[in-house]
Design a protein around this ligand. Structure first.
Ligand SMILES: *Cc1c(COP(=O)(O)O)cnc(C)c1O
Length: 217
């Protein structure tokens, strides 16, 4: 079972970085994976998963939760404002808070429902046109705006550009989080989670290294 290999590599990376054992949460990214593979990881006892689409997650996780009990579910993909309520019902954490309009809509629904998932502000550290996330220069004011609305912002999230050394982006994200008093860092994927842990990741999002290559995108 590759889940065990990944867990062992996370433990080793925590130790190498002088981090507390168990301080890094492994989010198993199950998007577009066949249900049988997801079920195998649930049967192995893992209970923390990530999905990048609300609709896809809504199609499988209520059933899995019925069978396997409580599962900690994280939304790691972009969130359209019209799916905010559905996302807040389904997910325990949303890692893609990236614009004032979305933050306001989350705040309004949280007031109505008396409940809000943990939130991460996504930062577009590579300043890529096609990528979601608030620009680094706007991050401080956006975090302050979220906190002024009493939103439970736990940390920051980034997806480094594919063709750049991810460590530079992890270090930038850690720096922005530190100066905003945020302890959560959602960073690191299959190819670079150990480097992310070395730079302070609290949540790594690992898909293909656990489940195998995705057949669809
Ligand atoms: C798909 C995805 C991952 C996991 O990617 P792998 O390379 O398969 O580990 C992590 N984070 C986000 C935001 C993703 O969309």
């Amino acid at each position: 079972m590759t889940l065990q290999d990944i867990s062992a590599r996370i433990s080793k990376a925590e130790g190498d970085a002088g981090r507390t054992p168990g301080s890094v949460s492994l989010i198993a990214v199950s998007k577009v994976q066949p249900n049988a593979r997801v079920q195998a990881v649930l049967e192995a006892g893992h209970r923390c998963f990530g999905e990048n689409k609300v609709q896809e997650a809504a199609g499988k996780w209520p059933d899995f939760r019925e069978t396997f009990g409580n599962v900690d579910l994280h939304l790691i993909g972009p969130l359209q404002s019209n799916k905010t309520r559905a996302a807040m019902e389904l997910f325990d954490a949303i890692h893609s808070v990236d614009r004032p309009k979305l933050a306001k809509s989350i705040a309004r629904i949280a007031q109505e429902e008396g409940h809000c998932p943990d939130l991460f502000v996504q930062v577009n550290t590579g300043e890529e046109e096609q990528k979601a996330g608030i620009l680094p220069e706007d991050a401080d004011s956006f975090v302050a705006e979220c906190l002024s609305m009493d939103l439970p912002v736990k940390g920051l999230m980034c997806i480094p550009p594919v063709d750049e050394e991810p460590s530079l982006h992890f270090a930038l994200l850690a720096k922005i989080a530190a100066r905003n008093g945020l302890s959560g860092l959602s960073m690191g994927m299959s190819s670079d989670f150990e480097r992310a842990i070395a730079l302070g990741a609290t949540h790594v999002r690992v898909g293909s290294a656990i489940f195998g290559e995705r057949t669809k995108s």
